[in-house]
Design a protein around this ligand. Structure first.
Ligand SMILES: Nc1ncnc2c1ncn2[C@@H]1O[C@H](COP(=O)(O)OP(=O)(O)OP(=O)(O)O)[C@@H](O)[C@H]1O
Length: 303
């Protein structure tokens, strides 16, 4: 018996001849937020569906709140909040009716009016689901996922199609869930969303885990990526700083790339000083999660 909210071990998902998930392992500790990142078709939704109990894995083991998501489905469902990528509700019912219906399934639901207000849905309370915009439907789907006070929430691209205000409200709600000890497994294409919300990020590529770690670990491991130097224009070090690469991006603005650390940065400054240049500005930039993500997923993303 595990105390983790989600434990996935060597999970495989196949659709006929297509293997969407090739043996993925991950853990969501209780009260933590894990974000799955990956290109379209990387296998994120397939993995999520296995955890939600909507699809049986073709290999491996999954435990959700210590239970089997397929065999213990009925016991598990009231403890989970699930936000699907789209649909899943009654198109002819109004937003208010739908949310109150889901609230009625829960033993201790959240206050429906509070959720309608927080997610900007109050004026759509009497609007039928099918008449809501994509972003409004997303907000209602999030409210449905949260209304039952779940212990664990699965969010598949929760802010896709939302406007900036709704996205920020969603982020605040997820942060509040975490503060209340709720566990969250979410997928996203938004790197800033993952960086802001996630305790741990799992980057998937072609059904495999390409990298995993906290956002800080993933970006720190990548090191300093770029040194920007401002000095007199027209200074050309040639290969004297090799293997570092120096490019004058605009007159007097130099970009230095390569294996940059304290020693090599000192070497670069030494060269500028040696040719009598006056360095007026020096800036290092660490890789962002976006840089790491692109480096891991770009070239080999599509087979
Ligand atoms: N029902 C299905 N039948 C056949 N193939 C499927 C099915 N669902 C998904 N796939 C395939 O499995 C692979 C993984 O799809 P999945 O939806 O899990 O990816 P994803 O990472 O969630 O993508 P996205 O970011 O576009 O939502 C893709 O190649 C997809 O075409």
């Amino acid at each position: 018996m595990t105390d983790d909210a989600v434990q996935v071990r060597d999970v495989v998902v196949r659709y006929g001849d297509t293997t969407a998930v090739h043996g993925v392992s991950l853990t969501v500790p209780r009260g933590r937020v894990l974000s799955l990142l990956g290109h379209n078709g990387a296998g994120k939704t397939s993995l999520l569906q296995v955890c939600e109990g909507f699809r049986r894995a073709d290999g491996g083991q999954v435990r959700v709140l210590g239970l089997d998501p397929m065999d213990d489905h009925d016991e598990l469902m009231p403890r989970l909040g699930i936000m699907l990528q789209s649909g899943g509700v009654y198109p002819w019912a109004t937003a208010g009716e739908i949310l109150r219906l889901f609230a009625s399934f829960a033993a201790q639901p959240l206050d429906v009016d509070m959720l309608l207000d927080r997610l900007g849905l109050r004026r759509f309370e009497r609007t039928r689901f099918r008449r809501l915009s994509g972003g409004e439907q997303q907000r209602l789907s999030l409210a449905i996922a949260l209304v039952g006070r779940p212990e664990l929430v699965f969010l598949d691209e929760p802010t896709a199609g939302m406007d900036t205000e709704a996205r920020h409200t969603t982020w605040e709600l997820i942060e509040e869930l975490r503060a209340d000890g709720v566990s969250v497994l979410l997928t996203t294409h938004l790197l800033d969303e993952a960086e802001r919300l996630a305790d741990e990020v799992v980057i998937m590529r072609n059904g495999l885990v390409a990298a995993t770690g906290t956002p800080a670990e993933l970006t720190a491991a990548a090191g300093i990526d770029l040194l920007e130097v401002r000095a007199e224009p027209g200074l050309v070090p040639g290969d004297r700083l090799s293997p570092l690469k120096v490019t004058e991006t605009s007159p007097g603005e130099y970009a230095v790339t390569g294996a940059l650390d304290a020693a090599t940065i000192a070497e670069v400054l030494g060269w500028f000083a040696g040719v009598g240049a006056t360095v007026t500005s020096l800036n290092t930039r660490r890789r962002t999660l976006e840089d790491v993500y692109l480096a891991l997923t770009k070239a080999e993303a599509y087979r």
